[in-house]
Structures are given as structure tokens and as C-alpha cells.
Design a protein around this ligand. Structure first.
Ligand code: ADP
Length: 315
């Protein structure tokens, strides 16, 4: 994107969104904002409602309740939508008998986008050398790249990618990660989904964790790890009652786990030491069990996964 001007702060705003398919509640009172200038990871187990939410934002499905706005307006009233929102949903949904270049030319024409932009995005997506080949012969990775080229055709302020990393080789994964970072760096709002936290933990600035259609966390990557209850600090002290009082007053969950130990969750170890020192609570040892982001995510989504497996939807 050599000539992109700084973006103008376009957000995605989802408020009170609900969607039901017969007996399945796919999206259950979902509210969040996707901010410009950062990568927002939309993570949750398979069946959590990520694609449904994205389809509703893109006007491909209607919500039962609530609203999803892009730059303050519903997608369906945007004129030239490709110029505001670029999306990759299902990379397989391309006419197999068409060349990559013709596919993009057709999209460009229908959105009043100049032809030269087609060559720019083919370059950007690393498809310039295969631009004349029929899409039918493309690998999954090449289709993903084509889907992303199409999403970026209108130089949009908002990009929405559903599971873009799924099924890619290492090179493709690295490419998408750095592309996401640079799109956010240009000031765009970037919403990207995955059912695997590990795919996004080094790429996302912010995380929306969802399970069974509900928002489980709306947080920075760092905060999620800190607040995970797997993040525990064990304090060895003869002053257990005093330690409990100090920690409870600081809002931590503290329990006496054996004769000499108080276990604290919800506070970083440095803060625990600081508080105990401040209140003159003597201790003989402090040890931290730091939850990984993956553990924090597993814990948050455990119920949703059990539900999914019970319904035969392991993924
Ligand atoms: P995710 O993208 O997180 O894997 P989805 O949004 O695809 O989740 O699905 C959420 C739930 O809604 C799932 O239980 C799924 O089976 C159901 N669902 C999604 N689309 C449809 C549909 N068109 N008809 C019926 N059920 C659907």
C-alpha cells in the first residue's frame, strides 16, 4: 500500500447482537468495538459464533436483534462497500474457471475501482506471476492470497478476515501475520478470527474471546494473561490472616491452601510483594505460576468447548 493516506478512524461497532438458527443460539447479546490502528483477534472454539457475527457485520445475514455498524452505518447502506470494508470469508468461493486477474477485474469494475489497483493487489498478495492462471488450479494458500487481494482491492479502512491462517504453510502464515500488522499500522481497523489462540497471540493487540455466542473477554493480550485465574502466586507466611486481609483489600482472591501458604489469584507477583511489604506482612517465600495465554484461553472457553464436543462439533 504505497500511496495509502492515513485512515480516518473508522470502527466496527456491534451492540446487543443476537442471532438464532432454529434451536441454535449462534450469537447471544454480543457487544464490542473494533478500533482502528490495531489488530483485534476474534477467538473462540469452533461453533462459537465468529463467522455468524462477521456475516452479520457484512450484511450477508440478518440479526434478530441489535446492530452492527461500520463507520456508524449498516453495511448494506454503504455505497461502494469494497472501498470501506474488505473481507475474506470463504476462500473457496471463487469461480474456478476464471483467472485470478479476471476475478479481481470483475470485482474492481463493479465497485468503480481503477484497473491499475488490480495489479497492485496482485503484487501485494504475491500472485503477480500466477495472475493469468485459472483459480480452479490454485492451492488453498493461493486462494487465501487471492481472497485477501480481493479484500484489499478498494483500499478499505476496515478489514475482516475469517480464519485466514487455517490450512496455510509456514510461509503463508508469516505473510498473513506481517500483512495484518502492516494493515493495522496504516491505521485500519483489522478484525481477524481464529479458533486457536496460538495463531493470533503474537499478532493481535486486542482480543475478543467468544464462546457459545457470548463475549467472554474483551481485553488486551497482556491483561488476559494477568487476570487468568491460572495466574497464581503462592505466599509462604506465618501471618496468614494479615496476608489474607491485605490481599483481599487489594481485590485479589486469596485462599489458605496449607498451614503456611496463602494462594493468590488475580494479582501479578510484583504487586503481591509490594502490598505485603507495605503492610508489614512478613513472608518467607513467594512463587508464581504464570498462566500462558493458551491456558487463559482454555479456561475461559472450557464450557463452550465441552458444549461443542457434546453436540458432536469437535474441531
Ligand atoms: P464459528 O465461526 O465460531 O465456528 P459459526 O458462526 O459458524 O461459529 O456458528 C455458530 C453456531 O451457529 C454453530 O452452532 C453453527 O452450527 C450454527 N450455524 C451457523 N450458521 C448456520 C446456518 N446457516 N444454519 C444453521 N445453523 C448455523
Amino acid at each position: 500500500m504505497t500511496e495509502s493516506p492515513p485512515r480516518s478512524g473508522v470502527t466496527i461497532e456491534v451492540r446487543g447482537l443476537r442471532k438464532r438458527y432454529r434451536s441454535t443460539v449462534a450469537v447471544d447479546d454480543l457487544s464490542f468495538t473494533v478500533e482502528p490502528g490495531m489488530v483485534t483477534g476474534f477467538v473462540g472454539p469452533n461453533g462459537a459464533g465468529k463467522s455468524t457475527t462477521m456475516r452479520i457485520i457484512l450484511g450477508l445475514d440478518a440479526a434478530d436483534e441489535g446492530s452492527a455498524l461500520v463507520g456508524g452505518r449498516p453495511y448494506r447502506v454503504l455505497d461502494r462497500p469494497l472501498r470501506t470494508v474488505g473481507a475474506l470469508l470463504d476462500a473457496a468461493a471463487v469461480h474456478p474457471g476464471r483467472s485470478a486477474r479476471n476475478h479481481l477485474l470483475w470485482l474492481a469494475q463493479s465497485n468503480a475501482i481503477p484497473r491499475r489497483r488490480v495489479d497492485e493487489v496482485l503484487d501485494l498478495a504475491g500472485l503477480a506471476t500466477v495472475a493469468k492462471r485459472n483459480v480452479g488450479g490454485f492451492s488453498l494458500g493461493m486462494r487465501q492470497r487471492l481472497g485477501i487481494a480481493a479484500a484489499l482491492l478498494g483500499d478499505p479502512a476496515v478489514v475482516i478476515f475469517d480464519e485466514p491462517i487455517n490450512g496455510l504453510d509456514i510461509e503463508g502464515i508469516q505473510w498473513i501475520r506481517s500483512l495484518l500488522r502492516s494493515l493495522a499500522g496504516e491505521g485500519r481497523a483489522v478484525l481477524v478470527s481464529s479458533h486457536l489462540m496460538s495463531e493470533l497471540e503474537d499478532t493481535a493487540d486486542h482480543l475478543l474471546v467468544i464462546g457459545r455466542g457470548r463475549l467472554l473477554a474483551d481485553t488486551s493480550v497482556r491483561e488476559l494473561v494477568t487476570t487468568a485465574s491460572g495466574d497464581r502466586v503462592a505466599v509462604r507466611t506465618g501471618m496468614r490472616t494479615e496476608a489474607m486481609t491485605t490481599l483481599a483489600n487489594a481485590g485479589a482472591l486469596a485462599t489458605i491452601t496449607d498451614g503456611e501458604t496463602v494462594t493468590v489469584s488475580g494479582l501479578p507477583v510484583e504487586h503481591v510483594i509490594e502490598l505485603l511489604t507495605r503492610d508489614g506482612v512478613a513472608f518467607t517465600g513467594v512463587s508464581a505460576h504464570r498462566a500462558s495465554l493458551e491456558e487463559a484461553y482454555m479456561e475461559l472457553t472450557r464450557d463452550a468447548v465441552e458444549f461443542g464436543a457434546a453436540a458432536g462439533r469437535e474441531g
